[in-house]
Design a protein around this ligand. Structure first.
Ligand code: FMN
Length: 168
């Protein structure tokens, strides 16, 4: 074995789980960003956590509103994932710029992309500073899924997104 940097390690753990985290901007519209630093944390109660870089608008809006919808994109959203990772919601309306088609969720002002495979409606319980990121610990309020869609994963670390094919 050879010694690796953390960036090289993310290539070794590929495919990495991939989400599009949807949050509410100050003007009430939805911001969307790809986030791979996501993990289930607890079954009972159902909890999930994710980390965002300190400059991320997603993290800022979750901490300001206490709410987010963590979604897993399906394969039709590959291009939108990379576009949403290329700029920040702090100065860009990504939904408008990339013409992202959204669906509404019941009793929720945050919208999610059409072609979503899985969606967790979450409430923020706690945010902790972790090195150059903030880690957000969330309660899962609702989960919606579509069995007919194929999930996207991050490959080559976080450089490429594609479905994962099971080796038989
Ligand atoms: C595949 C992929 C995975 C990413 N994972 C993360 C992540 O886990 N945490 C993070 O802070 N940024 C991650 N990023 C980078 C953010 O998506 C990017 O900085 C984005 O511009 C943030 O947008 P926001 O400022 O609207 O939150 C990832 C980008 C890509 C393409």
């Amino acid at each position: 074995m050879k010694e690796l940097s953390i960036f090289e390690a993310t290539v070794f753990t590929s495919p990495n789980p991939l989400t599009l985290i949807c949050t509410e901007k100050e003007d009430g519209t939805t911001n969307i960003a790809p986030i791979c630093f996501v993990s289930y944390l607890s079954f009972e109660p159902a909890m999930i956590g994710f980390a965002t870089g300190k400059k991320s608008h997603t993290g800022e809006r979750v901490r300001a509103t206490g709410k987010a919808v963590i979604t897993v994109p399906s394969e039709n959203l590959a291009e939108i994932v990379m576009s949403c990772g290329s700029c920040s919601g702090s100065d860009t309306s990504k939904v408008e710029k990339f013409d992202i088609k959204l669906n509404e969720l019941e009793n929720n002002t945050i919208k999610i992309p059409q072609d979503t495979k899985l969606a967790f409606v979450v409430d923020l319980q706690q945010a902790i500073e972790v090195g150059d990121h903030y880690f957000h610990i969330c309660n899962i309020e609702k989960i919606y899924g579509d069995n007919d869609k194929t999930s996207l994963y991050a490959w080559n670390g976080f450089g490429k997104v594609a479905p994962a094919i099971e080796k038989m």
